[in-house]
Design a protein around this ligand. Structure first.
Ligand code: SAJ
Length: 463
């Protein structure tokens, strides 16, 4: 009799003895750390993925990521094996984790085709007593919806023959080298860095047994808390709140970044002052935009759901609009400075620093640099794009090395505050440039240094 249908004390014993075979479907950014930690705890884990290249890299232990050493160990001792073959991946498996992407479609609605694809691929191998645990960020009710789709293809019922739970990922993209950790982001709450095993989680199941089983597995490698919630929907809604909270609070400071400078005020000074309040304030910072597959996406999930309920989510929509307006705000600051030297964008050469959506993370998904480039193209600007963190990865855009990026340039726009850019020698590049304007979309550079060198320096959020 397999796991979900066993008595809880038998389940606890088997989890403690690592005597359960697990499959993680979707071994990408979210799934691979999960599979690696579970295998490192002693479980036999298979990773099922549609990408043969990813599967090969995993089995060779050559995936470049923060748990690479652990990955090498669990692939060489055979605890973790990746495959593209569902039959092989689901052999003797009793627990299936699902961590596939749930992007937005062109109408800003959630696209769950990957979840339906998973349903189709695994259904032939589902057996009584198995449990499915979903991690992908989704709109409320999606996990049940997908489970009904699976029930439609089998004679097995969730909550009867199969277990079902949802534990939203809280993955914190971490740069490879420890000294590059985003101190502000990581140390915010308790002054320690948040690797997968240190991030507390929440879990909700279709029933108590499912919730308990899911909690047992996460508690095997998570050293902090795993909280049980009343339902799958409660766990789905928790994830949305976490990311929408961030999106809305970033939008607030982005709006202040357009207002406070008009009073001659530096919004960063104000945020850091507010941060001295020992309670009820969490700092977020303005910038050139909000990217990544999470923050700008999850908000739309709930906006479109609310719409179907006849509710107009004014606040969330406005937050999306404000955050999406930041690349254009950066261009307005540039046009402002070009006008002062009688130049126009269509006769200017502009160096764009940063294609990645976040500092020191090699990820360009929904990066604010794309809408910036689109806007600059409509203004016939000549652009050079530089991103040393993404160089060598298959970039959809031509990237120029830092050393080659400033020749005859009229202006620099900083979109991503990679540490590599903080080391730019402005005294040296000044001689290469035609005009000397710097628009800083991430408050990275040093005001005095640039102005002493004769640069015109504008920062999003500063007068
Ligand atoms: N950003 C700002 N101002 C800020 C913070 C971020 O403009 O004060 C921008 C960043 O530059 C970036 C975007 O927002 O373009 C998103 O950055 P992020 O640091 O919020 O991170 P993600 O997308 O890498 O990770 C988020 C995190 N969610 C929360 O912090 C609530 C992470 O914990 C989640 O696991 C992840 O989304 C996810 O997978 O949902």
């Amino acid at each position: 009799m397999t796991l979900y249908l066993q008595e809880i004390d038998q389940i606890v014993k088997r989890v403690n003895d690592n005597d359960i075979t697990i499959c993680v479907i979707g071994v990408g950014t979210i799934g691979l750390p999960l599979a690696t930690f579970l295998a490192d705890k002693g479980f036999s884990v298979s990773g099922l993925d549609v990408s043969p290249k990813r599967v090969e890299q995993i089995n060779l232990g050559t995936v470049v990521y923060e748990y690479q050493e652990m990955l090498k160990k669990v692939t060489s001792n055979g605890k973790l094996k990746a495959t593209t073959d569902p039959e092989k991946a689901l052999e003797n498996v009793e627990v299936i984790f699902v961590c596939v992407p749930t992007p937005l479609n062109t109408k800003n609605e959630m696209d769950i085709s990957n979840l339906f694809d998973v349903s189709k691929r695994i259904t032939p191998y589902l057996k009584k007593g198995m449990i499915l645990i979903f991690e992908s960020s989704v709109a409320i009710g999606t996990t049940k919806h997908v489970s009904e789709n699976i029930e439609g293809m089998t004679n097995l019922r969730f909550g009867k023959e199969l277990g079902l739970a949802y534990c939203p990922e809280r993955y914190n993209p971490t740069p490879m080298k420890k000294d590059k950790q985003d101190l502000e982001f990581n140390t915010q709450a308790r002054g320690e860095s948040f690797s997968v095993d240190k991030i507390s989680r929440v879990v909700g199941g279709i029933d108590e047994t499912s919730t308990k089983i899911a909690k047992l597995f996460y508690s095997k490698f998570i050293t902090t808390e795993v909280s049980e919630l009343s339902s799958i929907e409660a766990a789905e809604a928790t994830k949305l709140l976490e990311n929408i909270f961030r999106d809305v609070n970033i939008a607030l400071v982005n709006e202040l970044a357009k207002i406070y400078p008009k009073f001659g005020l530096d919004v960063f000074e104000i945020i850091n002052a507010a941060k001295t309040k020992p309670f009820a304030y969490m700092p977020h910072y303005p910038g050139a935009g909000v990217g990544g597959e999470c923050i700008p996406v999850d908000t739309w999930y709930l906006i479109s759901q609310a719409e179907k309920l006849g509710i107009d989510s004014k606040l969330m929509k406005t937050a999306r609009m404000v955050n999406d307006s930041m690349p254009e705000h950066v261009i307005e600051l540039l046009e402002d400075e070009l006008k002062k030297i009688d130049k126009k964008i269509d006769s200017s050469k502009i160096t764009i620093l940063g294609l990645c959506y976040k500092k020191n993370i090699p990820d360009i998904r929904l990066s604010p640099t794309f809408p910036l480039l689109e806007k600059l193209a409509t203004k016939n600007a000549e652009t050079i794009i530089c991103d040393p963190v993404y160089e060598g990865i298959n970039s959809p855009i031509n990237l120029t090395s830092i050393s080659e990026s400033f020749k005859d340039s009229d202006a620099i726009i900083l979109m991503t505050d990679h540490d590599d850019f903080a080391k730019i020698d402005f005294a040296k590049i000044k001689n290469e440039m035609r005009s000397h304007i710097v628009i800083d979309g991430r408050n990275l550079f040093k005001d005095k240094e640039l102005k002493n060198l004769g640069f015109t320096y504008r920062v999003v959020g500063k007068p």
